[in-house]
Design a protein around this ligand. Structure first.
Ligand code: GTP
Ligand code: ZN
Length: 206
């Protein structure tokens, strides 16, 4: 892994993705999905439902596979010293307790140091960590830690606002509820003014 500070203007560094998942076997997943549905009393002997186990296997495969991307950074030639914030980045993740989706929006910000980041990468890093079995707290922290480690900015702020289907559709059935988590690094953690500016500009819709 090449650190952004070692990458020339416009250059890209390949990112290895650690999925924290074992080997994937889609035919076995399809068989298991069929077993699960049949055990739940679902009749698969029907044209509309006969291919559902395969669809389920492929759907989870997609939700557990982040797309690869290159880390593109540029020199901060103008010495830009204010916050860069990407607001309302839609994301979907999988709650590792019930394996139901949780979906929402991420607000991702950094205070640039020597380099600035290609804007799209603020969204791509959310997907990188969202497409695996997660809890929201860990997802939030991993996005913030990744930016801090790879961009070496003066500060990082991440807020996630999400609906957990395990909590709104079943169980507590807390319809309309959302979960808000945050992770801060550097000046956004330690400087009250920078932190206030982040929350003010992010204008988070919780
Ligand atoms: N901290 C945290 N908890 C989560 C997250 N997603 C789901 N949970 C919770 O994980 C817990 C699992 O609790 P259990 O009591 O084992 O599961 P359960 O019997 O299905 O609980 P209920 O959801 O209350 O019906 C629940 O309280 C969920 O709301 C998350 O991202 N972070
Ligand atoms: Zn859950």
């Amino acid at each position: 892994m090449t650190a952004p500070s070692d990458v020339a203007a416009g250059d890209v560094a390949p990112l290895p993705i650690s999925s924290a998942l074992g080997t994937r076997n889609l035919p076995a997943a399809e068989r298991a999905a069929a077993d699960l549905l049949i055990a739940l009393g679902v009749d698969l002997d029907d044209e509309s439902r006969s291919k559902t186990p395969g669809r389920m296997a492929r759907a989870f495969d997609e939700l557990l596979t982040p797309r690869r991307f290159d880390l593109t950074t540029f020199p901060n030639d103008e010495g830009y010293q204010q916050l860069v914030i990407e607001r309302e980045i839609g994301f979907t993740s999988l709650c590792e307790h019930h394996f139901l989706p949780f979906t929402g929006h991420a607000y991702v910000a950094y205070l640039p140091g020597e380099r600035i980041l290609g804007l799209s990468k603020l969204a791509r890093v959310v997907e990188l960590f969202a497409h695996k079995p997660q809890v929201q707290e860990r997802l939030t922290q991993q996005v913030a830690d990744w930016l801090n480690q790879h961009l070496h900015p003066k500060g990082v702020g991440v807020v996630l606002v999400a609906e957990h289907l395990c909590m709104t559709l079943r169980g507590a059935r807390a319809t309309g509820s959302s979960t808000v988590t945050s992770a801060l690094h550097g000046l956004l953690l330690n400087d009250a003014r920078a932190r206030e500016e982040f929350f003010s500009l992010a204008n988070i819709h919780a």
